[in-house]
Design a protein around this ligand. Structure first.
Ligand SMILES: Cc1cc2nc3c(=O)[nH]c(=O)nc-3n(C[C@H](O)[C@H](O)[C@H](O)COP(=O)(O)OP(=O)(O)OC[C@H]3O[C@@H](n4cnc5c(N)ncnc54)[C@H](O)[C@@H]3O)c2cc1C
Length: 460
């Protein structure tokens, strides 16, 4: 990793002269939460600047170019790859105060928002007008729309509705040279020129800073219903996923938990967990009658595929209780493990059971315990790799490399939604060819010839 660079006294003076004092954080207590995201990484920044408008972002880049310091964009700090950390020094640019919803337009089914809007706030605002913004990353009560765009966030609803990328029509972006560009359209369609909008989406804050977004909305579904289904093992559970989708049903969410996760949250479950049982959580949305019929039919397909029990959620409260169990898993793993690394691999749906079956041998080889849960409907598995304590890190990293190798052999990818950031830097070349990496580095140089925007991320 490149050396951390300290701000010169001239740069600090210029920053204090350019922003109001409330916009700059530099005291240890003020910087406390800016040293982390939701990964295990910790890097205390030297200075945080809180932008209140796009002109602030432009002003910061003008100074960064003049005094040659890095700028690291940050939204809600819920990322899982260390992407918003100041690994090479410089100024963390917080977008959290740029949080206005400028427009929710029910005639044209779009919203125009600033990047610091919390994901849940936008979903609720759309809901009030009978509209739906589907992306639902599980950290949506804290993550921002700008961060969701920069990481192309997914979530349980992906299986039916796609990822954040599918809802971004256009962006306003400040480039590292301080210039403002607008990409994409405000309409439902548009194909003029290269698709810079979708190049920005998922670029993890390395090409430009998103200062506004035009988002696509759709009508809100009339009803949602869900159920939990318990299977004797993971193989039967994943076979049921294929059977449900093969029968023409497209659930709103299909989540799974392996037996280790179930044992961990046993106290929250209304049944005793035994042996290697696995659980699916399925939801369906749409017109009320269709949802009721769909849930019944999906339940029957699961029983035919070997399910042991169905636990239907009769109302929103019961649905929420099922999701609470699902959310409790990561917290419990975090509390019980001395060392905890989260990988979010994706394999073809038909290979989920094979991947889970391949894990015990790897656990034994590297002395690890792996808890698996995730989005069964799109093959995105969260492998929560744990060991006794931080001293085990070198062996854990070797184990992760081996697991990722198995995923790639199965035709999968090493990250479905969390991105590369800092955390997965050592592994990107396992998936991308040297030629592809060089091409991508060339794109980075076009946008950021001086390398001042979020340096050291994504590319080794
Ligand atoms: C409990 C929990 C559950 C989660 N579940 C999911 C899930 O289901 N699906 C999923 O995809 N992720 C999930 N995540 C990860 C995380 O919530 C997402 O990656 C989210 O999109 C990050 O948004 P943020 O605003 O917190 O971004 P940050 O963490 O602040 O930043 C993430 C990256 O985006 C860049 N960035 C932020 N704002 C901007 C901007 N305006 N312009 C340019 N670059 C910017 C940063 O530089 C960084 O590289 C979860 C996290 C937690 C803690």
């Amino acid at each position: 990793m490149a050396q951390r660079q300290l701000l010169s006294s001239e740069a600090r003076d210029a920053l204090y002269g350019s922003f109001e004092s409330g916009q700059i954080l530099s005291q240890p207590a003020e910087l406390e939460n800016y040293d982390r995201d939701a990964s295990e990484l910790r890097i205390v920044p030297e200075l945080v600047v809180k932008a209140r408008c796009r002109e602030d972002v432009q002003k910061l880049f003008e100074l960064a170019n003049r005094f040659d310091f890095p700028v690291i964009p940050r939204g809600g700090g819920t990322g899982l790859a260390g992407g918003c950390l100041a690994s090479q020094g410089g100024v963390v640019l917080s977008l959290e105060e740029m949080s206005r919803i400028r427009l929710v337009d029910e005639k044209n089914l779009i919203a125009v928002v600033e990047p610091g809007v919390i994901t849940e706030t936008l979903k609720n605002s759309a809901r009030e007008k009978g509209l739906f913004y589907p992306p639902d990353p599980a950290g949506l009560d804290k993550s921002t729309i700008g961060g969701n765009a920069a990481t192309n966030a997914g979530g349980p609803a992906c299986v039916k509705y796609g990822t954040t990328r599918d809802y971004i029509l256009g962006l306003e972006v400040v480039l590292p040279n301080g210039h403002l560009i607008r990409t994409g359209v405000n309409t439902r369609k548009g194909v003029v020129g290269y698709d810079l909008t979708h190049l920005m989406v998922g670029s993890e804050g390395t090409l430009g800073v998103i200062t506004a977004l035009t988002l696509k909305l759709i009508p809100h579904p009339e009803a949602v219903a869900g159920m939990a289904i318990v299977f004797p093992d993971m193989a039967k559970a994943t076979r049921a996923v294929g059977a449900v989708m093969g029968a023409g049903y497209l659930p709103f969410a299909i989540e799974f938990m392996d037996h280790r996760c179930l044992h961990l949250v046993q106290d929250q479950l209304p049944f005793p967990v035994s042996g290697s049982e696995a659980m699916l959580l399925m939801e369906m949305d749409g017109p009320e009658a269709q949802v009721a019929e769909g849930i019944k039919a999906m339940g029957n397909i699961c029983l035919e595929s070997g399910a042991r029990r169905l636990l239907p959620a009769a109302n929103d409260e019961e649905r929420e209780r099922l999701w609470e169990v699902r959310r409790a898993v990561s917290l419990r793993i975090h509390d019980t493990a001395g060392l905890y690394m989260s990988e979010d691999v994706v394999v073809p749906i038909s290979r989920i059971a094979d991947l889970v079956a391949a894990l015990p041998a790897l656990e034994e080889k590297y002395d690890l315990t792996v808890y698996s849960f995730g989005h069964a409907g799109d093959g995105n598995i969260h492998l929560n790799i744990t060991a006794d304590g931080p001293e085990r890190m070198p062996q854990v990293e070797e184990g992760i490399k081996d697991i990722l190798g198995v995923v790639l052999q199965m035709g999968g990818t090493i990250s479905g939604e969390h991105g590369i950031g800092l955390a997965k830097l050592p592994f990107i070349a396992m998936e991308l060819s040297q030629e592809s990496l060089e091409l991508q580095k060339g794109i980075k140089r076009v946008f950021d010839p001086k390398g001042i925007l979020n340096p050291g991320k994504v590319f080794p």
